[in-house]
Design a binder for this molecule. Structure first.
Ligand SMILES: [Fe+2]
Length: 378
């Protein structure tokens, strides 16, 4: 860790020490709202923390942190440009890292990011390295070098909570979502703090957490070509970026998957036993445990003409999920979720090690795009 980042961590800890308490799991009223992270900002900065009605508080920390563009900042002359804000984010890496570590997710609001190219420039300016999308279940299209469509499954189909690529040995540490066009109704990208979910599950259904701790297999049947009518319709050719079965096999072998080819080019894959809980350790990390898996997403969402979600997850001992445990987990997810209403230009940065995301059904045109970043540089 650089000296600059050490100093930044120290200042952050000092500021946090003197901040006052807000009510657990509730928002203060707008008049008295003071972000616990507001000590990072002053009125001349390009952004400042604001309150939104959907925010929740956990252990006195607002979730997510919301930073609004400050168009009155001296450098903006009344309206901040994409370049102003890109300069700010590229010079604020240690602050962003610290805030993200503390809050789990940061929503940037009021930014003039209107297109995939604008979003691409913001993601690039953030300094996080690109994470190539390989191995996921969703069908996606590339819109700009680091920007692609979110899961293009049908609008009336909710996408359940998951950590991105939790079922893959390599997963992105950071996710960005951008709102180019909010839906007429619905279409939120709800988030929840996975550490909180894990703790609540441990209290309520400890036997389920103990089984998860042994790990799970993910089982999926893939078509040959992409099938956009399904939320898990990504074909094996685009999943493994090849037309050749032998190359797909080589890649699966590299990931310790087992597989079986079926008629009509279908491919059944089974992952090795993968961890379903993840302790967030490392320099500066909290040491808390996340419900880091796609177990509920698979059970409730991996059903199409080829797959049955109830058979998509197998515990390490060969047993399948108990529907009652799934029901309790879904209820807790509902309780913990923050489903903020998208505004045009919004970007949310999510720490994929701490926070799960999902998608609500929607009506009307909705353009929410995504970018993933790796952890190799930060
Ligand atoms: Fe996702």
């Amino acid at each position: 860790m650089s000296l600059k980042r050490h100093i930044s961590f120290f200042l952050f800890a000092l500021i946090s020490l003197f901040k006052t308490k807000a009510d657990d799991n509730t928002c203060e009223n707008a008049d008295s709202f003071t972000s616990i992270s507001s000590g990072f900002f002053n009125t001349n900065d390009y952004v400042y923390p604001i309150k939104i009605p959907e925010q929740k508080f956990f252990n006195n920390i607002e979730f997510p942190l919301v930073l609004e563009a400050n168009h009155q900042a001296p450098g903006c002359s009344g309206t901040c440009t994409v370049d102003n804000l890109n300069d700010w984010i590229s010079n604020s890496a240690p602050i962003i890292d610290n805030l993200l570590l503390r809050h789990g997710a940061i929503l940037f609001r009021g930014f003039p990011l209107n297109s995939a190219d604008d979003f691409n420039s913001f993601v690039t300016a953030s300094g996080y390295d690109e994470f190539p999308y390989v191995g996921g279940a969703a069908v996606r299209r590339v819109l700009a070098p680091r920007v692609f469509t979110t899961n293009e499954s049908p609008p009336d189909f909710p996408i359940p909570y998951h950590h991105e690529l939790a079922q893959s040995p390599k997963f992105p540490y950071h996710l960005f979502f951008h709102c180019e066009t909010p839906a007429e109704q619905g279409g939120e990208t709800p988030i929840l703090w996975s550490f909180e979910l894990h703790e609540r599950l441990k209290e309520k259904i400890p036997h389920f957490v103990e089984k998860l701790d042994q790990g799970v297999h993910y089982i999926r049947v893939m078509p040959e070509e992409d099938d956009p009518s399904s939320a898990i319709g990504r074909g094996w050719k685009s999943t493994y970026l090849t037309e050749e079965k032998s190359i797909a096999e080589m890649k699966m072998r590299g990931l310790n998957y087992t597989w079986e080819w079926k008629e009509d080019g279908l491919l059944v894959t089974q992952s090795p036993v993968l961890k379903a809980l993840r302790k967030d350790i490392g320099p500066g990390r909290s040491g808390r445990t996340a419900f880091f898996n796609s177990v509920i997403a698979a059970y409730t969402g991996w059903t199409d003409s080829r797959n049955d979600g109830k058979l998509a997850i197998k515990f390490a001992d060969g047993s399948y999920l108990d529907p009652t445990d799934v029901k309790i987990t879904l209820e807790l997810m509902d309780e913990l979720e923050v489903a903020f209403k998208w505004e045009k230009g919004d970007v949310i940065l999510i720490d994929n090690r701490q926070v799960m995301h999902s998608r609500k059904p929607f009506v009307g045109k909705r353009v929410i795009t995504a970018s993933m970043a790796t952890h190799e540089s930060r």
